[in-house]
Design a protein around this ligand. Structure first.
Ligand code: SAM
Length: 198
């Protein structure tokens, strides 16, 4: 889904410093959804202004996206953008801290894209809403290359965060509950984890 409206969203994000998924990562994510027609129910953690949710819903008419965003201004913009696409019936934006989201809904696919240092917590929080076969996709697991080369940053809080990302990245790849594939060369480092154990 590439047209004038999406360009408006990406230009807004750029101008206002709203972080949205990089183009290469987005292409990968959309290709994954296209290759897996069994995916219908998606949970996105971190809506920002709706860019990735709109793209995901654009893959097929039977894709439904629940997406969670903590920042009120982002929620408003996301809802406006989603409405402009006529997708308000298939994308629902929840305004809350993702860790407070409770549901009896099961999801086929989880796109985890909120606070990078919280990935391990998000995974445990949302695991009960998944089933054996559900897929989790995490972005930014290289964090601009800093995770594997700390000399690229001198910022203490960035380094604290990238150490947490590294710990999460190493741990999930050894976690017997998941079959994982790490794509370090895609976007900012994408990891797919498929739940394989009850
Ligand atoms: N997925 C979006 C896209 O590609 O268009 C980008 C999401 S942006 C990288 C991360 C978003 O997560 C930010 O808008 C931020 O406000 C939100 N966020 C951070 N912590 C959160 C939390 N605990 N619960 C919900 N949203 C959170």
């Amino acid at each position: 889904m590439e047209n004038k409206q999406l360009n408006t969203i990406t230009s807004y994000a750029k101008e206002h410093g709203v972080p949205i998924m990089k183009e290469e990562g987005m292409r990968f994510l959309l290709a994954y959804l296209k290759e897996h027609p069994e995916i219908n129910k998606i949970l996105e953690v971190g809506t920002a202004i709706g860019y990735s949710a709109i793209q995901m819903a654009g893959v097929r008419d039977n894709i439904y996206v629940d997406t969670i965003e903590i920042v009120e201004d982002n929620v408003k913009l996301a809802r406006d953008n989603i409405a402009a696409y006529g997708l308000s019936d298939r994308i629902h934006v929840y305004h809350m801290d993702a860790m407070e989201y409770q549901t009896f809904q099961y999801y086929d696919f989880y796109f985890i894209d909120a606070a990078k240092s919280q990935y391990a917590h998000y995974l445990e929080h949302f695991l009960p809403t998944s089933y054996v076969g559900s897929v989790f996709l995490f972005d930014n697991l290289n964090f601009h290359g800093i995770v594997d080369d700390e000399s690229k940053s001198h910022n203490r809080s960035t380094l604290q965060m990238t150490r947490k990302i590294k710990k999460f990245r190493d741990k999930i790849q050894k976690d017997p509950r998941f079959e994982t594939t790490f794509y370090p060369e895609i976007g900012d480092g994408i990891l797919i984890a498929k739940r394989i154990l009850e």
